[in-house]
Design a protein around this ligand. Structure first.
Ligand SMILES: Cc1cc2nc3c(=O)[nH]c(=O)nc-3n(C[C@H](O)[C@H](O)[C@H](O)COP(=O)(O)OP(=O)(O)OC[C@H]3O[C@@H](n4cnc5c(N)ncnc54)[C@H](O)[C@@H]3O)c2cc1C
Length: 346
């Protein structure tokens, strides 16, 4: 077993911050196995990102900076990762379970006939060397334990924000090896013709604090200004813009939403949390006027502290919440914002 590999996901030549969490998780396995922690960095700016990986705890880095890696196409990434795994037989390959991380690790695990465990929220290395992982299943209703085989390479995707990054040490250097790509452009069937970045995207998965709003953001249509085309939608936008966002701003939080809120057009889909939206694990999740349907819970139940504000004391969200405030959010949220502003000196 030569190493523990961690794929450092990049976007436009920058590492995703969550990749440093994957290095944190990788360190636990590498230390137990007595092998180096190796960052795997492909694409634009790979050498600089490899240097950053050293500061975040990687002992080594394997880089490939070929133009075929620009953007993300599965074929060149999987071909090179699978070759590295076949040649070097690492103990484990880790990545954060983003859409790309899941796609790459599942393809490479299949290519190399290795086992894959997804969505780990914690891990430990057993005395026999096997990696034991906890992972939520059935939309987070059950936490299961899975143990990989101690033989072969174990592929693992990790839930974002479930693992701590290693302490940063700017002076630490990773020993870098440069490798060529496996596929040439002519061998790659997928071509990227254009790329349009979604406007107004929110980085919910990285946020330490999320303030979320639900259908209740449309609760006071009677307050719409005279002549508003759609009184319900007007109030909803007012609710997000004038009630939730000030609270989010004072806390430095991202704004999330239930599906009912995004379906109604109160806020773009990029904000949706849940089974068919983003899966988040912030330190603090404040749910305002969200009932707590199982599909919403699937996206936020692993948040460390959940606060619920709802006028219905029987709402299911209170079963999940550490702190519950029963009452009208249009009264509670502005009062909370004003008090936090005072206490945080903003
Ligand atoms: C296949 C499938 C996938 C789905 N995926 C998702 C998903 O990813 N994310 C998601 O969120 N949902 C998802 N849903 C929808 C989900 O089932 C719920 O319908 C949705 O989460 C409800 O949103 P809500 O809590 O905002 O609305 P509601 O359930 O209508 O709750 C509104 C809450 O606001 C409270 N309220 C009203 N006025 C006030 C006020 N003034 N002050 C305080 N509280 C107030 C009410 O008491 C109520 O509890 C999915 C459903 C299906 C079938």
């Amino acid at each position: 077993m030569s190493a523990v590999y961690v794929w450092i996901e990049t976007f436009n030549g920058k590492a995703l911050n969550s990749s440093w969490e994957a290095l944190g998780a990788g360190k636990t396995i590498a230390a137990a196995a007595g092998v180096p922690l190796t960052a795997i960095v492909f694409g634009e700016n790979a050498a600089a990102i490899a240097a950053e990986s050293g500061a975040h705890g990687a002992d080594k880095a394997i880089v490939s900076e070929d133009a075929t890696f620009n953007g993300f196409r599965l074929e060149p990434y999987a071909a090179l990762l699978s070759k590295l795994v076949s040649d070097n037989k690492p103990k484990a390959v880790l990545a954060i379970g983003t859409a790309r991380g899941r796609e790459l690790l599942s393809a490479s695990a299949a290519d190399t006939d290795s086992s894959l465990i997804t969505e780990a929220t914690s891990l430990e290395v057993q005395a026999d060397g096997a990696i034991k992982v906890t992972r939520p299943v059935y939309a987070g209703k059950i936490i299961s334990e899975a143990v990989g085989s101690s033989a072969g390479t174990q592929f693992l995707t990790l839930r974002g924000r479930a693992f701590k990054p290693n302490p940063e040490n700017a002076a630490a250097k990773a020993e870098v090896t440069t490798v060529p790509p496996v596929l040439a452009e002519a061998d790659i069937a997928t071509k990227i013709e254009s790329f349009e970045e979604e406007v107004g995207t929110v980085n919910l998965t990285d946020a330490a604090i999320i303030v979320s709003g639900g259908r209740a953001m449309a609760n006071n249509p009677k307050d719409a200004p005279a002549g508003a085309a759609d009184a319900t939608v007007w109030k909803a936008q007012d609710g997000f813009d004038n009630t939730l966002k000030p609270l989010a701003d004072v806390l430095g939080a991202a704004v999330g939403a239930s599906r009912a809120a995004v379906d109604a057009g109160y806020i773009p889909y990029a904000h949706q949390v849940g089974q068919t939206g983003k899966v988040v694990s912030p330190d603090l999740y404040i749910a305002c006027g969200i009932s707590g349907a199982i599909q919403h819970q699937a996206g936020m139940r692993t948040s460390k502290v959940i606060v619920a504000i709802n006028k219905d004391a029987e709402a299911p969200i209170f079963k999940l919440a550490r702190y519950g405030l029963v009452g009208d959010l249009y009264q509670i949220v502005p009062a909370l914002t004003a008090e936090l502003k005072k206490r945080l000196g903003k």
